[in-house]
Write a protein that binds this ligand. Sequence first.
Ligand code: TRP
Length: 454
Amino acid sequence: MSGFDFNSRDSFGSRLGVIAAAAGSAVGLGNIWRFPYVLGENGGGAFLLVYLIIIFAIGIPVMMSELVIGRRAQRNPVGAFQLLAPKKPWFLVGLMGVVAAFMILAFYTAVAGWTLEYIYQTLIGGFKGKSSADLATMFDSFRSDSLRPALWFVIFMVATSGIVLGGVRKGIEKSTKIMMPMLFLIILVMCVKSLTLPGAGKGLTFLLQPDFSKITGNTILMALGQAFFSLSIGMGTLITYGSYIPKDNNLATTAVQVSMVDLMVAVLAGVAIFPAVFAFGISPSSGEALTFIVLPGIFQQMPGGMLFALMFFVLLAVAALTSTISVLEVIVAYFTEQLNLTRRKAVILATISMFILGISASLSWGLMSNVKIFGMNIFTLFNNTTANVLLPLGGLLIVVFLGWFFPSKNISDELSNGGTLKIRFYGIYRIVIRFIAPIAIALVFLNGLGLMKF
Ligand code: TRP
């Protein structure tokens, strides 16, 4: 059998392309759909402050670690661990990442499909004249429809596969370089609109003024979980993207820039949403329903609201697409390099398997609502298993591997591009990946499993 030709591996073509692709992976439903409601439920400004600290203290070091592993090995997550730790079981961390990729893609693309339904509903005027109770019913009956969620899932999945089929440079890099600026533009326009609504100030105060009495152990754990999901860390997405980053790229700078873009979009999403929520007298802690029930209600009350509804759901869809391609690429890189398939065959195989998993996840409130595993429907099972178990466990093992089982010299060599860059932060970075990050992540992990409660 002739193996995969690693000399012919695709790569990113420019610094900007690296940032667009990696920030595209990070910025997603996690920033615009999840971050605002998690912040709303956890005390606003206090949560933001804790989140900020965690991004710097743990998020950035873990992101750097994934990039180091990927670029050092120039392999998919499984191949990377096989190469860096031969004949050791570390490749299982990579394999766990591939399994997590299948599960994340299934439920995440299902939600991405909902955004397409909501773009469609905006266009046909489906929210007009509906009360908030009507909008809640509308959301529930859409989710329990026997066909629609699956249909939108398939459409979104095919769009994802189409981009990944184009390859790293001509598919992923090229498309994210167009979609990321678009995303920025839309979110900025939405922020301006939200901030100019009468009574918007209260929303800003809620977002930016920390009430320290609101910080509990649980706030910290929620912030850590959110940071992992939002930065796309813990499952090899950034090992995979790191493996395509040119050798002269400054990985620490890239990790900082990507994390800052991700943080900024999350804050901007908050600025776009909370002033509007307060201006219309709605409780900020409306939970998961915020984007699909509360916001449509707000949009139809504001002048020109349908235009902003359209912009908002397009924003969600674009943000989701630059993330789904990064998750699919993990699976495709694994199939091409480990099973030696062509990219085309790998994409087809991954897409067909995703149809089975994703259609099941998207019909979790409809046809598949009777299927319960550990008391959860398929969507919730995939969502909880990845966010609470696989991502923290993956992140923990990644930093433990680099911190304790990989030569420090090789890490500093990779971060300094063979000694050509000054890396004054290396001492702190090493302490973080050896001690601080593993302990902090272990705490979230135990909490997620319900083995320890704060
Ligand atoms: N970070 C993305 C978001 O916030 C989602 C995502 C993409 C992700 N790739 C990932 C999450 C890998 C965890 C792991 O929407």
